[in-house]
Design a protein around this ligand. Sequence first.
Ligand SMILES: [Zn+2]
Length: 66
Amino acid sequence: MAKKERQHTMGPIGECICPKCELRIMHRQGVPCQQERCPACGTKMLRVGSDDFQLWVNKQRQKPVQ
Ligand SMILES: [Zn+2]
């Protein structure tokens, strides 16, 4: 069983994204994105590149285009 190594492309500087309005803000060191609130709509932010972010991206892709 091969161990899959995770590629960490997240550097020391990252971004948080709002899953609702897709606004991006700079990730602040020491503050998890999930503790950040979107300045526009108040939704909890996601760390760009995180597992939750990937799930969100996949969800977005599954949305039917109107
Ligand atoms: Zn927002």
